[in-house]
Design a protein around this ligand. Structure first.
Ligand code: CA
Length: 636
């Protein structure tokens, strides 16, 4: 094997790294084992000023360097310079907790001064089991940037602190919209400091933010003052605090699998080559399809990732992490992250993309891939592309439909998703499009969804697959999709705006598209009121029915029974000793009548309405199913 995925010839340092602040002194500690000299550079600002002091650092063993500077350094900007093979490189501390504009210099910070009023009483809403989560994937800027958002701080963290905001049509927007919808967790697209958007002119460009610059501090373009390192931290905390106050937990999308720059990254300038996997030619391998991939299996990369998530969880009270391209991380590191966070709060959610962006030198058996999920802790989940594409069709083949839009061959994928990718005796694994066996040990390992920020929005996908159908039919299909996601076992996940029939005008990769494409368009809340109410009702139903949130694979196997039915129908029951629920979906464009297993049912969901109240009654065993309509019944 010539792959350079091992790097055992580097010494590891296990202590604290970064600028360790107290009011009397700051200890600067850097790991740079291949440097012959290291310097601390101090600056009066984070932008263009000249270096005020360049101080030589001292080796303290295990590849670490240290310099203690006396006095209160809060607000002092800094970088490190290292000399390696006679060449001097200046870089930002990868452990920097604050930075100036565009993250070009770190800043020493007294974090106490960044706490909003009453921060010490910030408490995450109560939450016990991962399958109780209903995630809502949201980009900070998209949330408020629409001129009709009713929020003043458009595109900013502070939009999440506004109360009583309404659209021109008089409907709730902002955080109160999220609370009204009933989701449990807001999952924020990258909100650590990323490279692409020029923080001096945030309106000139847009980016999702999958190009990490500084991992341990918030992105500046969402703050009201990106030049002052304190401001973004305080405003980020204000956002978290108000979300918590409104009953919403917060998940961060973290992108440790690659860095926004490669040769010029802070990691690479400080310890060239160490943080990245190389291919057999000695070039940067590119399993992330972003010019490089990090090497989580190396001790100091693993330590960095663990330290980083622990920092966000403790300093910012973050409640969960979504790992971009988790398949590029090694299983041991993902489990180490789980155990480290358990020391803080076992209810912190962990999930990620169980795939890579391309070939990687990391051996497949070590990759945190979907197929290897059984080797991860049972509280680390992977996204189910099986049900995602089963519901509405392939993400890359735009015209290929899924079950709700007429491709009934995808029915088995949906059944597999209903069972949260766990073993179920009635799922014929040979009929699945992707997986050929159950990949989740427990339902807490599957994230169930139909759409996300990547690829076409659900609404655009329905239109692309069924160009001859009507708007009314798209709404029906969208409702079926929502019904399937929110009644399936596992962790539920909704792309922000699905409940508003979100469109990006058919653009399937909007990562640099303008706000006009990416924004949440709040007038659609009025236009698609029935869809919004349907999502809201399904969410309330899911929260009220433990049978949709079974906690073990054993219960799923025992409690769910799929009833024999034609290809366009999906009918199953979930029962325990004192309750039976029946879910029935007719995905065909024609109506039909089905025979129920017993007589006497209360209707909780039909094609029009969803919720927790009984909206109809079936006394016999006959259920008439209009075209493209789903039902949830409860045995009376
Ligand atoms: Ca930035």
């Amino acid at each position: 094997m010539s792959f350079m995925y091992e790097a055992n010839n580097y010494t590891s340092y296990t202590g604290k790294l970064g600028a360790l602040y107290t009011t009397d002194e700051t200890i600067f500690r850097l790991w740079a084992p291949t440097a012959s000299k290291a310097y601390l550079n101090l600056y009066p600002d984070g932008d263009a000023s000249k270096c005020e002091k360049k101080l030589e650092m001292t080796q303290i063993g295990n590849g670490a360097w240290e310099k203690t500077e006396h006095g209160n350094l809060d607000g002092v900007y800094y970088t490190y310079s290292v000399i390696i093979d006679g060449i001097e490189n200046e870089a930002v501390d990868p452990y920097a907790k604050a930075a100036g504009v565009n993250g070009k210099r770190g800043m020493v910070v007294n974090l106490v001064l960044t706490n909003p009023d009453d921060w010490e009483n910030d408490v995450s809403p109560s939450f016990s089991h991962p399958v109780d989560a209903i995630l809502y994937e949201l980009h900070i800027r998209d949330f408020s940037i629409d001129k009709n958002s009713g929020m003043e701080n458009k595109g900013k963290y502070l939009a999440f602190t506004e109360t009583g905001t309404i659209s021109n049509e008089g409907l709730k927007t902002g955080v109160e919209h999220l609370a009204e919808l009933g989701i449990t967790h807001v999952h924020l697209l990258p909100s650590f400091d990323y490279c692409s958007v020029d923080e001096r002119y945030p309106h000139k460009s847009y980016n999702w933010g999958y190009d990490p610059g500084n991992y341990n501090l918030p992105e500046g373009s969402y703050s009201t003052d990106p030049y002052n390192g304190h401001v973004r931290i305080k405003e980020f905390k204000q956002m978290i605090k108000n979300l918590h106050k409104n009953g919403l937990r917060v998940v961060m999308d973290v992108v440790y699998n690659h860095t926004g720059t490669t040769i010029e990254s802070n990691f690479n300038k400080l310890v060239p080559g160490y943080y990245y996997r190389m291919d057999e030619n000695g070039d940067f391998s590119d399993g992330a399809a972003c010019d490089n991939e990090t090497a989580s299996e190396r001790s100091m990369v693993r330590k960095f990732m663990v330290d980083s998530v622990v920092y966000w969880a403790t300093e910012y009270n973050i409640d969960g992490f979504r790992f971009d391209l988790m398949g590029l991380h090694d299983i041991e590191t993902m489990n180490a992250i789980r155990y480290a966070l358990d020391e803080i709060d076992p209810s912190i959610l962990l999930y990620g993309e169980g795939w890579t962006g391309g070939p990687t030198p990391l051996p497949e058996k070590r990759q945190a891939l979907k197929k290897n999920t059984h080797m991860l802790d049972k509280r680390i989940a992977a996204f189910s592309d099986d049900i995602r594409d089963g519901i509405k069709g392939h993400v890359f083949k735009h015209k290929e439909p899924g079950f709700v839009n007429g491709n009934f061959k995808r029915k088995t994928d949906v059944m597999f998703g209903v069972a949260a990718s766990c073993y179920h005796p009635q799922v014929d694994y040979q009929k699945l499009f992707y997986s050929k066996e159950p990949w989740a040990k427990e339902p807490s390992q599957t994230v169930t969804y139909a759409s996300a920020h990547d690829n076409l929005t659900l609404w655009d996908k329905l239109k692309a697959t069924c160009p001859k159908q009507s708007e009314a039919e798209y709404i029906k299909m969208n409702k079926l999709s929502a019904l399937l996601v929110l009644t399936s076992q596992g962790i539920s996940f909704i792309h922000a705006g699905e409940e508003l029939a979100r469109t990006k005008n058919g653009i399937d990769n909007s990562f640099i598209s303008p706000d006009e494409i990416n924004k949440l368009d709040w007038k659609r809340k009025k236009e698609y009121k029935s869809l919004f109410e349907y999502y809201k009702g399904l969410i309330a139903l899911r929260k009220s029915q433990p049978l949709f949130r079974l906690q073990t694979a054993g219960e799923i196997e025992k409690s769910i029974t799929f009833l024999p039915s034609d290809p366009h129908l999906l009918i199953y029951t979930i029962n325990n000793s004192n309750q039976t629920l029946l879910v029935a979906v007719n995905a065909d464009i024609n109506a039909c009548t089905i025979t129920l297993p017993e007589s006497g049912w209360n209707v909780l969901v039909n094609g029009e309405c969803a919720g927790t109240t009984v909206i109809g009654r079936i006394d016999d065993t006959t259920l008439y199913m209009p075209p493209q309509t789903g039902f949830v019944l409860e045995k009376a």
